[in-house]
Design a protein around this ligand. Structure first.
Ligand SMILES: Cc1ncc(COP(=O)(O)O)c(C=O)c1O
Length: 408
């Protein structure tokens, strides 16, 4: 990385003049914290007492037998407090906010996971909290909105643009410009202007550090491949960093939506449909139309339907260090179903993309090989979407009955 946050030709810091001082303050505070060994110690201690770190590495014995190829391990980020890897990033940024002496945090959220994690962190650290969320996401993720509000956060539905994640990010930046003296913007993924990609990747690196130690202890060797789903790119960067200098193939799996050929997907690096652009403060591959306007994205997993992608991953793709694949909605629901039945773990729909990517390939590997799949989050939040995908009639009856109770 260059000094101003470039990774090859991606990244950078394209921000309004008015935010420059705030970014300089953040860059300095992060650099200072990073130099201080006590800071990482404090972070690890917090995550081991408040979340569930180190998260286990589970041997998926039944899936391994089912596919008959490589031995499959699952890194269990779903066991974090609030149910996903998002906790790693928000608790780390919370410690940084405390160092900077700010008293309010804001965040954007798509699926709602990052919003719940940020509201949780704010409650724990006694900070004021506002969450920006596209109106469409507010509608489809009501349970997460419910919990954010119970945790004391103000949830602002964003009615501009296409009313999803990218619009929520724009709104959060607007708030930050108006309140930068008191407020920190807890960006939820390894995107955005410098230093966010680097900072989020730094906190998430705990996944890869643990996974490397755990697999060496269990198997006495490195995995042949590591699979992670890619929305903005934070869980993928988290686990990949543990194996970056090793002879390990790193595979990022994006949202293939209804199929690449339909155009209704969110595969920026695997599809060849995205072009380089500058938006939301950084340069990367964005899905855009001929006029350079952001295209609508689609995925069964709300947390993967983002138009941009981490500039660090864009650069690693260009260097050939990370291979990108796309898994479509139907394949993902099938992978989810198989994993639940065979192993009794419930991956989030986002994470199920990593499983789908691995399932295509593990049978062709040798039984002496080992692979790791990063289970970024747990799937209970997806009950409405998954029940729809399976067309479960008893679930529909239950919802109708509940609605009738409210109408009565
Ligand atoms: C469980 C889960 N996994 C993955 C993601 C995608 O984000 P990222 O690519 O930053 O890990 C999300 C985003 O909301 C998520 O909730």
């Amino acid at each position: 990385m260059s000094e101003r946050g470039y990774y090859g030709r991606f990244g950078g810091m394209y921000i309004p003049e008015i935010l420059v001082a705030t970014f300089e303050e953040l860059i300095e505070a992060f650099a200072d914290a990073r130099r201080d060994p006590a800071f990482w110690q404090e972070y690890v201690e917090l995550m081991s007492t408040y979340s569930c770190r180190p998260t286990p590495l589970t041997f998926a014995e039944n899936l391994t037998r089912h596919f008959g190829g490589a031995r499959i391990y699952i890194k269990r980020e779903d066991l974090n407090h609030t149910g996903a890897h998002k906790a790693n990033n928000v608790m780390g940024q919370g410690l940084l906010v405390r160092r900077m002496g700010k008293r309010r945090v804001i965040a954007e959220t798509g699926a709602g996971q990052h919003g719940v994690a940020t509201a949780t962190m704010a409650a724990r650290f006694g900070l004021e909290c506002t969450i920006y969320m596209g109106e469409i996401d507010v509608e489809r993720q009501r349970p997460n909105v419910f919990w954010m509000e119970r945790l004391g956060a103000t949830v602002v539905p964003v009615r501009t643009g296409t009313r999803i994640l990218k619009d929520a990010i724009n709104e959060a930046f607007r708030d930050w410009v108006a309140n930068m003296d008191t407020t920190h913007y807890v960006l939820g993924t390894a995107c955005g202007p410098h230093p966010f990609p680097e900072m989020v990747a730094y906190f998430q690196s705990i996944i890869g550090i643990e996974a490397r130690d755990q697999i060496l202890e269990r198997e006495k060797k490195l995995p042949a491949r590591v699979y992670a789903c890619v929305g903005g790119g934070s869980n993928a960067m988290g686990i990949f960093q543990g194996f970056m200098d090793d002879p390990v193939e790193l595979v990022g799996v994006e949202a293939g939506g209804e199929g690449i050929a339909t155009g209704r997907h969110a595969a920026r690096l695997a599809s060849g449909d995205a072009r380089i652009g500058v938006a939301q403060g950084y340069k990367t591959f964005f899905l855009q139309d001929d006029d350079g306007q952001m295209r609508e994205t689609h995925s069964v997993a709300a947390g993967l339907d983002y138009v941009g992608v981490s500039p660090i991953l864009a650069s690693l793709a260009e260097q050939g260090r990370v291979r990108f694949e796309a898994a479509d909605d139907a394949e993902v629901v099938e992978a989810l179903s198989l994993t639940v039945r065979k192993e009794g773990v419930i991956p989030a729909l986002e994470s199920a993309h990593a499983f789908a990517g691995a399932f295509r390939e593990v049978g062709a590997l040798s039984p002496d090989d080992v692979v790791i799949i990063n289970q970024s989050g747990r799937g209970d939040k997806d009950i409405f979407t998954v029940a729809d995908a399976f067309g479960d009639p008893r679930w529909k009856d239950f919802i109708r009955q509940k609605a009738a109770e409210y109408d009565a």
